[in-house]
Design a protein. Structure first.
Length: 202
């Protein structure tokens, strides 16, 4: 996979109902659904408290990386798959330790956007990289949303990370192929010759 600059995608929910998603490194603008107000999410998810025993067992064994925070955004839980993605044990990820798993080139953007999501009690959506202790890199799509406590107040955020390394690699390959085709067309155009009816070069 090519080692270019990070392509962290900012899908921030804004006051504009269109909720524009902007590529921080100049990629194409994409649109996502506007986030629901926190009070609506509290009402519709009140029966799904992630602290329950059944939910906890589900989170631990889920096939995607899952994390949970307190209302201040401090990590209080990561599941086994998250640890596999990060190359980090669960204890090291607690608090703000999770940020150490983020690729240094992506860390500032991810932490800044995460802090904004916590401060505004809104959803969080980014693409970023983990840099594992063995030096390998994995691309992830991370999402999180606020969840309510037993009294309907903000309980924290719960989120997922999904491995999109293959998708990013395919995206890179398609972009490289497109650039190659454009270059061939440019070269072919420069070699184009025009002759008159007598075969003389014009």
């Amino acid at each position: 996979m090519s080692a270019g600059p990070p392509r962290v995608m900012d899908h921030r929910s804004r006051a504009n109902p269109a909720a524009a998603s902007v590529a921080l490194t100049g990629g194409p603008v994409r649109r996502s659904k506007p986030a629901q107000p926190l009070d609506h999410r509290v009402q519709t998810t009140a029966s799904h408290d992630p602290s329950s025993a059944d939910d906890h067992r589900t989170l631990v064994s889920a096939p995607v990386g899952i994390f949970r925070t307190d209302p201040a955004g401090s990590c209080i839980f990561v599941n086994d798959r998250w640890c596999q993605f990060a190359g980090m044990d669960a204890a090291a990820a607690l608090g703000t330790g999770w940020a150490d798993a983020i690729h240094p080139e992506d860390r500032e953007v991810v932490v800044r956007e995460w802090q904004t999501a916590i401060r505004e009690s809104r959803e969080f959506h980014l693409e970023f990289r983990f840099l594992r202790p063995d030096g390998s890199t994995i691309w992830l799509s991370g999402s999180a949303m606020p969840y309510p406590d037993a009294h309907g107040a903000l309980g924290g955020h719960i989120g997922t990370v999904m491995d999109i390394t293959d998708t990013v690699s395919a995206r890179d390959a398609m972009r490289d192929e497109s650039r190659f085709v454009d270059a061939v067309i440019d070269v072919a155009g420069s070699l184009f010759c025009v002759f008159d009816p007598d075969g003389r070069f014009l």
